[in-house]
Design a protein around this ligand. Structure first.
Ligand code: AHM
Ligand code: MG
Length: 334
């Protein structure tokens, strides 16, 4: 039973037995993410004070400039997960290829792989706007005790055993699911502990917020254009309100609490959409569905898409169930 004011550490231990593959390994893994997120949080909060903002000079596989905090967060999560010897592989949005981890345990018994977007929304870092970390956990499909292979990472989202995000906002929160609902924990920075502040989070079935980068409007598919016009009509509960932070985690988090829809459709500039199926869409889709919301590419359930490459992108529509279904209706009929 979840109790408010329970710490995340206590919650993980208490709920370990309700997890279907009952395993201390997943708990240890979640604990490592909790720890790395605390360290990254400290650095994110210092960003305005020290000269850590700005480009690190590297370009990632998507051809985007990496900022120093991206690099820092990437290193921190990889280090923590590698050193603690609890996963057999990691894939990161910031790394070209996956990392196979040689367990120091001679039997190589680790069975989980982690996919991570260490610092999402990074274009917001140097303007003091919220950013986030997104993670996704799968059981490997290749035999335990052998080096991980690409197929361990290219699994459908429906195979996820856990997913979550950290939002570095006005307060820092860690929100995650192991397939048994969604719970949110707020960091008390004075003590350094996360406390259960949002038990059993759920998207309202309907909402009145739509989040999309309307700067790309002229490029959007006709179904999305018409849906946006529908959101703006003065009828029934509409017009809806538009809110777009440009940080997926923050836009999602707000919509889950208040009711809303987030869309990153394809466009001429991003013919497959912008967001990555493995690092961004699948974990957010798992959380959304566990919170009674929905996630789709406009036609297909996100978690049913068979990934074919580590860094592939998909159009993403996610949020309150009735709103996503309405957007899908516009996509189908146009
Ligand atoms: P990133 O992984 O490079 O940070 O990009 C992902 C971000 C999302 O957080 C956000 O929703 C979206 O990109 C914003 O894109 P845009 O600036 O094109 O609206
Ligand atoms: Mg990202």
């Amino acid at each position: 039973m979840s109790k408010r004011n329970q710490t995340l550490g206590e919650f993980i231990i208490e709920n370990q037995t309700s997890f279907k593959y009952t395993s201390g390994e997943l708990s240890r893994l979640l604990n490592s993410i909790r720890l790395a997120a605390k360290v990254v949080n400290h650095e994110v909060n210092k960003a305005g004070l020290v000269d850590i903002i700005g480009n690190a000079g590297d370009t990632n596989i998507q051809g985007e400039d990496q900022q120093k905090l991206d690099v820092y967060a990437n290193d921190k999560f990889i280090q923590t997960l590698t050193k603690r010897n609890i996963v057999c592989g990691i894939a990161s949005e910031e790394e070209d290829d996956f990392i196979a981890i040689n367990s120091q345990d001679e039997n190589h018994q680790n069975k989980y792989v982690v996919l991570i977007d260490p610092l999402d929304g990074s274009s917001n870092i140097d303007v003091n706007v919220s950013v986030g970390t997104i993670f996704s956990i799968y059981r490997r499909v290749t035999p335990i005790g052998t080096p991980v292979k690409i197929e361990d990472f290219l699994q459908k989202g429906s195979a996820q055993v856990a997913a979550g995000y950290v939002v570095y906002g006005t307060s820092t929160m860690l929100v995650y699911t192991t397939g048994d609902g969604v719970n949110g924990f707020t960091l008390n920075p004075a003590i350094g502990s996360y406390y259960l502040s949002h038990p059993n989070m759920e998207f309202p079935e309907d909402g009145n917020i739509y989040s999309v980068n309307e700067g790309n409007y002229s490029d959007f598919p006709i179904g999305i254009k018409k849906y946006i016009k529908y959101c703006q009509q003065d009828e029934d509960e509409r017009p809806y309100t538009s809110r777009y932070i440009g940080s997926l985690v923050s836009d999602f988090h707000r919509n889950m609490i208040k009711g809303g829809i987030y869309m990153y459709p394809k466009s001429t500039k991003n013919p497959k959409g912008k967001l990555r199926l493995l690092y961004e869409c699948n974990p957010m889709a798992f959380i959304a569905e566990q919170a009674k919301g929905k996630a789709s590419d406009g036609f297909t359930r996100i978690m049913d898409i068979q990934p074919t490459a580590l860094h592939e992108r998909v159009p993403f529509i996610c949020g309150s169930k009735n709103m996503v279904e309405k957007a899908e209706e516009f996509m189908r009929n146009n």
